[in-house]
Design a protein around this ligand. Structure first.
Ligand code: 16G
Ligand code: MG
Length: 539
């Protein structure tokens, strides 16, 4: 019998001289060199499914906030989690095999190593964002799946979190843990109903303008809105930057990354003072809020702000439901969290803060260890997750008063409103709106909970970024020798100083972060630390 694995790989040969890596968010690079990677990811997805006795595995084709000419792919575990690290390594190795024969050989090696029955069923669900290269790359994935004899479901265009939702639904269908109906309508109905219940008749003040980065979030939000209560009863939403007919507009001068990086609204923005706005990224798994005040000053409400808002609200609900003795809430951040946010959570909300390395999977993993884990990166990736025991405690709890009953109802609705599979910009923005409505807050009240420390982020190009090795959740460098002492010396010179440097996981650069009591000191500290990194990096 002909080797169908080698045949699939043969159809999409690997370009010579390129090295691929399954990074923090899967494979991501110029779309024109991704065909072979896609086919091989199809093979890996089939193996992963077989290793898990035919559970559905997800394949998402997207490059998130990257420019339109890029694309990428990430694999999703059965409950919607990110791919296991061991399988990231296998994916990288598979992507870098030179010939179709090597691909086939490695496929069988993996099967032997993990005792995978190659006749067992393999089930894979695929979806993509709106990039022009998506259709071609999808065909490459499907060739891999066909070669491996896997069954597949193609959902067409979805946001990344919708794909994670589908995977979790398909794997829990018909069980007591059923997460929902694995259809697009099922997704909208579930989250729209939860939004309505969580609001409990409270109407958010004003409107919300959602910038969709000209990505897949646009059409999906438009669908979601059809399922939401009418604007007279709940929230009025204006959808902007939702042009997916023009793929070259994706993430250009709009979207969460633009707003966070440039600390300004998209130039096309036409909102008035104190109007709430938020921006999604190209695959809608990230969201940041912002507004302009009466003096036309721009204010960003980033992932740190969402985390503090959500943690404080969930904390109130747990207390008001009479559950504070049995449920503990914690917040998970990265080193990029503003020191003022960390301080606010610890000192004001009196909640525990954990710090992890950058990347959703690390935060998610740390949050899984908590009863309720609220995790957000400053850039807007994040969610809140509830442990199995906590869900049971909340489901079984008998309220002892009307006040407890009402709080409990909102808490239960929030659980449904928060996408438990992965951080989801659509679900996250609805959660923020619920909290603001309950607190009767506008963006100004939200902003005034604490004052961010001035901070600065710089990018340093070095010869080899891999020599910069960190410890303590990326807050300190252990290599090159002597560099941390030099950084410490600079940090001590400024008031409320904090700074760290780490190699980027997505770009060939080292990132330097600094914060201090004043803007001038933060800028100065960042510059000094960048110089130190440069001097060690060019040695
Ligand atoms: C990826 C990560 C994101 C992280 C960013 C850091 C996921 C889904 N995405 O986009 O969480 O903040 O990388 O980039 O995990 P950097 O390593 O270049 O700073
Ligand atoms: Mg994204």
């Amino acid at each position: 019998m002909a080797d169908s694995i080698a045949a699939a790989a043969q159809k999409h040969p690997a370009p010579e001289g390129l090295i691929y890596q399954y990074g923090t968010a899967g494979f991501r690079t110029k779309a024109e060199v991704l065909d072979s990677v896609m086919t091989r990811c199809g093979l890996i997805a089939a193996l992963r499914s077989r290793a898990l006795k035919g559970k559905w595995i997800g394949v998402m084709i997207t490059a998130s906030h990257n420019p339109p000419e890029d694309n990428g792919v990430k694999l999703v575990e059965p409950l919607g989690n990110m791919l296991q690290e061991e399988w990231e390594v296998l994916s990288t190795e598979m992507a870098n095999k030179a010939t179709p024969e090597d691909v086939s050989k490695f496929y069988h090696e993996i099967a032997a190593r993990f005792k995978i029955d190659l006749d067992a069923p393999a089930r894979v669900v695929v979806a993509r964002d709106t990039r022009a290269s998506g259709a071609r790359l999808l065909a490459c994935v499907l060739d891999g799946l066909k070669g491996a004899g896997a069954e597949h479901k193609d959902y067409g265009f979805l946001t990344t979190p919708q794909l994670h939702y589908m995977v979790r639904c398909l794997n829990t269908e018909g069980t007591k843990d059923s997460y929902g109906t694995p259809t697009e309508d099922g997704y909208y109905e579930k989250f729209a109903a939860a939004f309505k219940t969580a609001l409990k008749g409270k109407k958010p003040s004003g409107s919300l303008t959602v910038d969709c980065a000209n990505g897949v979030g646009g059409p999906k939000l438009t669908e979601l809105i059809k399922h939401l209560p009418p604007k007279e009863e709940a929230l009025e939403i204006f959808v902007v930057n939702d042009n997916v007919i023009k793929p070259e507009a994706l993430n250009v001068d709009c979207g969460a990354d633009y707003v966070k990086t440039n600390q300004r609204a998209p130039p096309s923005s036409k909102v008035g003072p104190n109007d709430r706005c938020c921006s999604l990224d190209g695959d809608a798994d990230r969201v940041v809020f912002y507004f302009k005040d009466a003096n036309n000053m721009f204010h960003l409400l980033d992932g740190d702000r969402i985390a503090t808002l959500v943690a404080s609200f969930l904390g109130d609900l747990v207390r008001q439901s009479g559950l504070s003795d049995s449920i503990k809430i914690g917040v998970v951040q990265t080193a990029y969290a503003n020191g003022a946010a960390t301080n606010y959570v610890e000192q004001h909300l009196k909640l525990k803060v954990d710090c992890t390395p950058t990347g959703v999977k690390y935060l998610h993993h740390a949050a899984e260890k908590l009863d309720i884990g609220v995790y957000f990166e400053a850039n807007g990736h994040g969610t809140a997750i509830f442990s199995v025991d906590t869900l049971e405690t909340i489901a079984k709890h008998e309220p002892k008063s009307t006040a407890q009953k009402e709080a409990l109802e909102v808490l239960r609705a929030c659980i449904d409103l928060i996408n438990q599979a992965v951080g989801d910009a659509l679900s996250d923005f609805m959660l923020v709106e619920v909290v603001l409505a309950h607190k009767s807050w506008g963006p100004q009240e939200w902003l005034s909970t604490y004052n961010d420390l001035p901070n600065r982020l710089l990018k340093v190009i070095v010869n080899d970024r891999k020599i910069f090795q960190t410890t303590d959740a990326e807050r300190r460098l252990v290599k090159p020798d002597g560099i941390q002492t030099k950084i410490d010396q600079e940090v001590q010179k400024v008031r409320q100083g904090r700074s760290f440097a780490r190699a980027s996981g997505t770009e060939d650069a080292v990132r330097v972060y600094a914060e201090a009591a004043t803007k001038a000191e933060a800028d100065d500290l960042a510059r000094k630390v960048a110089e130190i990194v440069k001097s060690f990096g060019s040695a």
